[in-house]
Design a binder for this molecule. Structure first.
Ligand SMILES: Cc1cc2nc3c(=O)[nH]c(=O)nc-3n(C[C@H](O)[C@H](O)[C@H](O)COP(=O)(O)O)c2cc1C
Length: 318
């Protein structure tokens, strides 16, 4: 089956053309399962399941509950997607990739590196490889190295952001790439989804909006901070991970970090120690909370099903 046929089959099973994008530490099986049941592609970083034995439990639960949902509501359940960090610092790469090959998600999202490491084996079982990129240069590289779909991370995104607008980035990539294009960054409403589809994307990629849901495994205070914050509270800093990422200033202040240092590169990308529940040290993502500038249009914490129903209505109207 060609990529185009697989993508068109996936689109038919969605209620809106969107992903609940993977978020370090805070997207788990509850969010993935509810998103897929509501007709949105639910994604999670495999690293969120700790230790690796827990990943197999999550994969068993996700596949079993979605198979049951498919029985009840045939053709209306969205696929789930695994996010594999292909960066050399990810010490869980090998065991996580083995489990991906065992549970065979229809979509594998690679981030922070080249998809070449995984593409052939995912294609062998019929899966699609989508890779996130934040520049035209990286988009070219990912497409050359086996990505079937490109996730264009645009300005204002939660986590490691991009710097282009969707209006600029999508046509630049479409000029050389005819596979599926997914756009992320400040997409919080159905009208925002409509906008990226209108500029030529196939799917919207929404992270921050899904933090403020009942099923997200973020702490309640984090969800509330997303609701209470405006884009003026979202700061861009390389301080925590060594590359520019968006974090909520109130969480930085609460941690007692000197704001004048935020232009410095202190931390580096690391996934194993970060968020380790036993660690007493402050850590990015666990104690310093990330969100994108789309917080401006997030007013409430909702169950995923209700959020998706609202997005669907706004999308239809827009
Ligand atoms: C708290 C948080 C954690 C994130 N962690 C990851 C991650 O582990 N892997 C990844 O590929 N992207 C990660 N992202 C990026 C999202 O997948 C997505 O690209 C981004 O949230 C889209 O922008 P938005 O937040 O404005 O919707 C993260 C984003 C947030 C907000």
């Amino acid at each position: 089956m060609s990529t185009a046929t697989k993508v068109s089959d996936i689109k038919k099973r969605l209620s809106i053309p969107a992903f609940a994008a993977p978020m370090f530490l805070i997207s788990g099986p509850d969010l993935v399962i509810e998103a897929c049941k509501a007709g949105v592609i639910g994604a999670f970083p495999t690293l969120n399941a700790r230790p690796v034995a827990v990943l197999e439990q999550w994969l068993q639960r996700i596949t079993a509950e979605l198979a049951a949902a498919e029985q009840e509501n045939p053709g209306k359940i969205a696929p789930w997607a695994a996010n594999l960090i292909v960066h050399k610092n990810n010490q869980r790469f090998e065991p996580d990739f083995e489990l991906i090959l065992k549970y065979r998600p229809e979509i594998v999202i690679t981030s922070l590196g080249s998809p070449a490491r995984v593409a052939d084996q995912i294609h062998d079982y019929g899966g699609l490889v989508f890779s996130d990129v934040n520049s035209v240069e990286f988009a070219h590289k990912a497409a050359e190295r086996g990505a079937d779909g490109l996730i264009l991370i645009c300005e204002g995104a939660g986590g490691h952001t991009g710097f282009s607008t969707a209006d600029e980035f999508v046509p630049q990539v479409r000029a050389f790439f005819d596979g599926p294009i997914i756009v992320g960054g400040t997409i919080s409403t159905g009208a925002d989804i409509r906008h990226v589809i209108d500029v030529g994307a196939d799917f919207a990629y929404m992270g921050t909006r899904f933090i403020a849901t009942n099923e997200c495994q973020a702490q309640p205070a984090y969800k509330q901070m997303v609701v209470d914050s405006t884009s003026a509270d979202v700061v861009l800093t390389p301080y925590f991970t060594g590359v520019p990422a968006h974090f909520l200033l109130p969480s930085i202040r609460a941690a007692g970090i000197d704001e004048s240092k935020l232009a410095d590169r202190k931390g580096q990308i690391g996934f194993s120690a970060d968020g380790d529940e036993d660690s007493k040290d402050l850590s990015a993502w666990r104690d310093i909370w990330s969100a994108g500038k789309g917080v401006d249009r997030i007013q409430s914490i909702l169950p995923v099903a209700e959020l998706v129903a609202n997005l669907r209505e706004q999308y239809a109207k827009a």
